[in-house]
Design a protein around this ligand. Structure first.
Ligand SMILES: Cc1cc2nc3c(=O)[nH]c(=O)nc-3n(C[C@H](O)[C@H](O)[C@H](O)COP(=O)(O)OP(=O)(O)OC[C@H]3O[C@@H](n4cnc5c(N)ncnc54)[C@H](O)[C@@H]3O)c2cc1C
Length: 382
């Protein structure tokens, strides 16, 4: 398994549960090497099903925040248009912090931290593949699964396709201790998220655990929109980024703009996607799952799909009875390959459907007509 994100760790955890040894090759030097990112909502028939397959659903339920599903929508003048709160027993899409999910999945999984994969070469013996590492060494495995995210290094072994820019970018900031430091913003956000939609732009603030809030400013822009600030937005002065965002959202209600005003640092996340119908011809010994296979707009599906795919591929491998130590390795590699091909068909059908839904959803949420965003919200709720 290349990549220790939600997809890779779920795959490893399910295999581990069935007594199969698996190594996760992860580029990060340690679990806490970088901030884990915002909160994820896990759907009952997707991410939660994957956790059930991993034997972790009960633990998830004690950690997750069903109240985090709450969603408030404002217009740019700050008027509340919708204020949706889940029932206390609504467990359809509870939220969990990414760090908590990672720790839950990690358990006793063997992760080889600090292993950056640079490429994969399919083998020539009807299965197996060679993995190349950044330090120059190589290793051969029966099956290499690329769950290494948007900029996957494994993907090139099966497909020449690379992600393209959607024309929509996100600048992310965050607020700490919102309940004590910014009680007025805590009230604005409520228990879950607040979203404000304008013409071709939006601001969404989403509560994580422990009073931490992620704020996302989303807008249509060319990829180089920030070059007046700095060629790489990561190097730009936060005050300059803040001013340029405030100018972009000029005229919006003051409490909404305070979400940006109080952000200390800013991260640039242009939204890239793979084609909605991305597939590849069979390549023995190599497959992909998660964002590596079907990067789509971040509208609540990507981690869910990656996790379910991880769980399903692991179960498919268990069902073959594949055993890396078996004497008749050729037979078991053939069975493994058949199971992988069947898994891919299933993954493509489901991911293609979600890619279409999230692509259309993004167009409506960042639209020249903000009432489209409301319509999108009503549709998701119904
Ligand atoms: C702002 C935002 C909000 C989102 N909210 C949601 C949500 O609520 N629900 C939802 O389902 N989805 C959500 N998503 C989408 C979700 O984050 C992704 O779809 C999901 O993380 C994909 O999981 P993955 O395991 O495929 O890849 P990733 O999470 O990208 O993990 C890939 C892993 O591979 C490692 N890696 C990368 N390259 C290499 C290499 N060369 N060698 C070794 N290791 C490597 C990385 O370090 C990483 O650990 C959101 C996305 C964003 C940006």
């Amino acid at each position: 398994m290349v990549g220790g994100g939600p997809g890779g760790l779920t795959f490893a955890r399910v295999l581990h549960r069935h007594g199969y040894p698996v190594s996760v090759l992860e580029r990060d030097p340690s679990p806490d090497a970088r901030p884990p990112g915002g909160t994820l909502d896990l759907h009952q028939g997707l991410g939660q099903l994957a956790l059930e397959k991993a034997g972790l659903l009960a633990e998830f339920q004690t950690l997750s925040r069903p109240e985090g599903q709450a969603m408030r929508i404002l217009d740019t003048a700050g008027t509340v248009l919708r204020d949706w709160r889940p029932r206390p027993d609504d467990l359809a899409n509870p939220e969990i912090d990414r760090g908590q999910l990672r720790d839950l999945l990690l358990g006793s999984v063997d992760v080889r931290w600090g292993q950056s994969v640079t490429g994969v070469e399919p083998g020539d013996r009807g299965g197996g593949a060679v993995v190349r590492f950044a330090d120059g060494h190589e290793e051969t495995f029966d099956l290499v699964v690329g769950a290494d995210g948007a900029w996957s290094r494994v993907r090139a072994a099966v497909s020449p396709t690379i992600p393209h820019y959607t024309g929509i970018t996100v600048v992310e900031t965050s607020l700490d201790d919102v309940d004590t430091r910014h009680p007025e913003l805590a009230r604005l956000i409520g228990d879950g998220s607040v979203a404000v939609y304008g013409v071709n732009r939006s601001i969404v603030a989403q509560r994580n655990s422990g009073g931490h809030v992620k704020v996302y400013a989303r807008f249509r822009a060319p990829l180089d929109w920030h070059t007046g600030l700095s060629p790489d937005l990561a190097d730009a002065d936060p005050d300059a980024i803040r001013s340029s965002l405030l100018a972009l959202f000029d005229g919006w209600a003051a409490p909404v703009l305070d979400l940006l005003r109080h952000g200390a640092s800013f991260a640039h996340r242009p939204l890239y996607v793979l084609p909605v119908d991305h597939t590849w011809p069979p390549v023995p010994g190599v497959t992909l799952l998660g964002d590596a296979a079907h990067l789509m707009p971040p509208l609540g599906a990507g981690a869910n799909l990656a996790m379910l795919e991880g769980a399903e591929l692991a179960e498919a491998i268990v069902e073959t009875g594949a055993d890396a130590d078996a004497a008749d390795t050729t037979t078991s590699l053939e069975d493994l390959d058949k199971a992988v091909r069947a898994f891919e068909q299933r993954m493509w059908a489901r991911a293609g459907k979600w890619a279409k839904i999230t692509t259309a959803g993004l167009e409506r949420l960042v639209s020249s007509d903000p009432t489209e965003a409301l319509a999108q919200f009503e549709e998701v709720q119904s």
